[in-house]
Design a protein around this ligand. Structure first.
Ligand SMILES: Cc1ncc(COP(=O)(O)O)c(C=O)c1O
Length: 382
């Protein structure tokens, strides 16, 4: 099929029909248990469309939008235990991780450095190795799938420019021992970056209290994604620093714009993500996010107890709304569930069925899914 630039334009109706047909081929969130994204909150969608034409790449032209971004950074900083945080709203977890590590590398002055990350780190760290010319050393995990701090210590040397801990691992939703990593970071005079792309909008709203954010000395930066559990539209990522010094290490001069320096990775960037994130945070508040997270956790507990009734155990007791189930033949079960219209994913090590209970999931759809899972699992046994 060859696609060509149309000589004469189509009517708006024809274009909309074309788009509708394509959009109809996409999967509906109703059947997705494989994604860490969700339907954005309606208040965020309205804010997004209001700010579509804004450009935070040239913030002097959009001072109102720039003020919204400053407020969002401040709000996220205080949620994470730091009242005068710095940072910006990025395109997502990948950009935030790249920039956090770039800031640490630039502060170190080294061009031949390494970083130590848990083996469970998201693949954005492999992109970082390539982009920033850093060696990425992967530390082993303990039997609860948290990073083994002894192994991190073993991997640190004089070239190490940053340590990374994860608060909400992509595959298992586990939280690394951030306090222990922070101690190592302080002892070795290296910054610690915490990747809470997923967990950032979960952990603060759980009943249980984890020590993983800026309240832990030694944590320099945190990735927290509004477009995951924050219920903001894609693309919305958050990169939050404890102070503005590392942000300065990211700046370049911007000779033709309204401001003299720019720290973001992208140049032109929409303010819609910041506005949408601000809108949903102001609308839901702590109470609202607690309700969202509680519902996701109740569905998580329901799924685990139904799985146990089928004789299936989770790999770890879920910390957040990510469940990995120990089953025979995960690829076969995944395929059979897909035939019934359900999208699930798999973990790598140990191999398991990975299910994420996001806000778009309903109790009714979860029960329909569980009926199908029961059939599929019993047929793999017979
Ligand atoms: C822990 C973690 N970090 C980073 C990312 C990358 O985020 P994004 O896909 O928004 O770039 C993800 C994605 O799921 C993640 O789970």
């Amino acid at each position: 099929m060859m696609y060509t630039f149309p000589e004469r334009g189509l009517s708006e109706e024809m274009v909309t029909d074309l788009l509708r047909e394509m959009r109809g081929r996409d999967c509906s969130y109703d059947h997705l248990l494989s994604t860490m994204c969700t339907r954005p909150h309606p208040v965020a969608v309205r804010a997004y469309t209001m700010f579509l034409e804004t450009n935070l790449g040239d913030p002097g032209l959009f001072p109102g939008t720039a003020e919204i971004e400053r407020r969002v950074v401040g709000i996220l900083g205080s949620l994470l235990g730091c009242s005068d945080a710095a940072g910006y709203i990025s395109t997502g977890g990948t950009e935030s991780n790249i920039q956090a590590i770039r800031a640490a590398r630039n502060s170190s002055g080294r061009r031949d450095g390494n970083i130590v990350v848990p083996r469970s780190a998201h693949f954005s760290f492999d992109k970082i190795a390539d982009l920033l010319n850093l060696e990425v050393r992967k530390a082993e995990l303990d039997d609860m799938l948290r990073v083994d701090v002894g192994d991190v210590e073993r991997l640190i040397d004089e070239r190490t420019v940053c340590l990374v801990g994860i608060a909400g691992t992509t595959e298992f939703g586990q939280v690394d021992p951030i306090e222990d990593l922070a101690e190592l970071a302080i002892e070795n005079n290296i910054p610690l970056h915490v990747d809470a792309a997923f967990g950032g909008f979960v952990l603060p709203f759980l009943d249980r209290n984890y020590h993983w954010d800026f309240r832990v000395d030694g944590v320099q930066s945190i990735t927290i994604d509004p477009h995951k559990m924050g219920m903001s539209p894609i693309p919305a990522g958050g990169l939050i620093f404890r102070s503005s010094d590392p942000v300065r290490r990211l700046e370049t001069e911007t000779y033709y714009l309204t401001v003299a320096r720019q720290a973001s990775l992208t140049g032109t960037r929409s303010g819609a993500a910041a506005a949408a994130t601000y809108a949903v945070i102001m609308h839901l508040g702590t109470d609202g996010y607690r309700r969202v997270v509680r519902r996701c956790m109740e569905m998580t507990e329901h799924l685990v107890s139904e799985a146990r009734a089928m004789g299936v155990e989770p790999v770890i007791e879920p910390v957040m709304n990510v469940v990995a189930l120990k089953i025979d033949d995960p690829p076969g079960v995944r395929r059979a569930l897909l035939e019934r219209g359900w999208h699930v994913s798999m973990t790598r090590e140990p191999k398991a069925l990975r299910l994420i209970l996001m806000p778009h999931m309903t109790e009714e759809n979860l029960d329909l899914f569980l009926d199908d899972m029961k059939d599929v699992i019993s047929s793999t046994r017979s």
